[in-house]
Design a binder for this molecule. Structure first.
Ligand code: SF4
Length: 327
């Protein structure tokens, strides 16, 4: 491992200033950064530890929403009474990810910045545009069973690995940032970027900018929200396909729906056509299947991952059935 300078930031302004130095990386819980540093995929000259900042609070907001501090652990968020009562999809997504030990260390902010599990990204002998821009992509003509159906480009088809992010996308969350140019709020859907010609860029974070919190707005659909994940084994595995759904139900109808997909796209993926299809309908297997079909309409399967189209559709239907309480 390349030697590096370690800075523990005692306050946010110092973290931002330190983060502006070239080749800096912020350290939250360390469950991703330390991994990729150990194998030489990432080699910062300076690591800025955010662990001393007062950003671990989980606060209920005056309007009934919840603010997850960037350093709130995944374990604390999953067990918080307000999350369990009004945002169950968040708890389910967190509990579907990683192991209890990892959830104790992993943070809300770090979860948004997880690195892809594309095996070629972590193999220094393989070409990878995300790790080394311009090198090529070993996955496109290689073994791409775990790769994306949606949002890919000619440069990268890696999936985003987070479960939590899929739930946050479905709930219209907001990411709160602070950086050299002050504070700003970014709609969750706009936080991650598509790979396009620059897969090495994964979010709209600017140099020195720190995630300080994620806000969950109080909306009618959050209570009936569920997360369903299909994976190769029952625990500690990344999604082959997952769905976070939220339904505003009333008078036997779906007033409003939210659907986000994981494991099949290069970023947490909102299925807006499927959401529109559900609005105004009575919950039923037939309408859920039509929504699931619409959600995968633009899928571009590769050599080894075509099975994910049908798998994702099943996952969506199952999540909708659970959210609607019809199973
Ligand atoms: Fe790298 Fe993306 Fe290709 Fe994987 S899919 S090898 S991360 S460029």
């Amino acid at each position: 491992m390349r030697s590096f300078t370690y800075v523990r930031a005692p306050e946010l302004a110092i973290a931002i200033e330190a983060g502006l130095r070239p080749e800096s990386a912020f350290l939250g819980g360390g469950t991703t950064l330390v991994d990729v540093m150990r194998i030489g995929v990432v080699a910062p000259a300076q690591v800025v530890d955010l662990g001393g900042l007062p950003l671990a609070e989980i606060a209920v907001l005056p309007d009934g929403g919840v603010r997850l501090g960037a350093l709130a652990s995944n374990a604390d968020a999953a067990a918080h009474p307000a999350i369990l009562a009004r945002f169950p999809v968040i708890a389910e997504a967190l509990l579907a990810g990683a192991s209890p030990q990892v959830r104790n260390m992993a943070t809300t902010g770090g979860n948004l910045l997880q690195k892809t599990r594309c095996p070629y990204y972590r193999d220094l002998a393989s070409p990878c545009n995300k790790r080394q821009p311009g090198a090529g992509c070993a996955a496109i003509d290689g073994y791409n069973r775990s790769h994306a159906l949606l949002g890919g480009s000619a440069q990268c088809i890696a999936t985003h690995p987070s479960d939590l992010c899929v739930a946050l996308a479905a709930l219209d969350a907001t990411v709160r940032l602070n950086g050299p140019r002050g504070e700003r709020a970014v709609a969750f859907e706009d936080f991650h970027t598509l790979p396009g010609d620059h897969p090495e860029l994964e979010s709209v974070l600017e140099p020195g900018e720190v995630i300080v919190a994620v806000d969950l707005p109080a909306r009618p659909f959050t209570v009936h929200s569920r997360y369903v994940k299909a994976r190769d084994r029952a625990s500690f595995a990344f999604a082959l396909a997952s769905a976070a759904v939220a339904l505003d139900l009333g008078a036997g109808r779906i007033r409003e729906a939210r659907i986000a997909l994981g494991g099949v796209a290069t970023k947490p993926w909102r299925a807006r056509d499927a959401e529109r299809l559900l609005a105004g309908e009575a919950p039923s297997s037939d309408v859920f299947q039509r929504a699931a079909t619409a959600a995968l309409q633009g899928a571009k399967p590769r050599t080894h991952n075509a099975f994910k189209v049908e798998l994702a559709q099943h996952v969506i239907v199952r999540a909708l059935e659970r959210a609607a309480g019809v199973s």
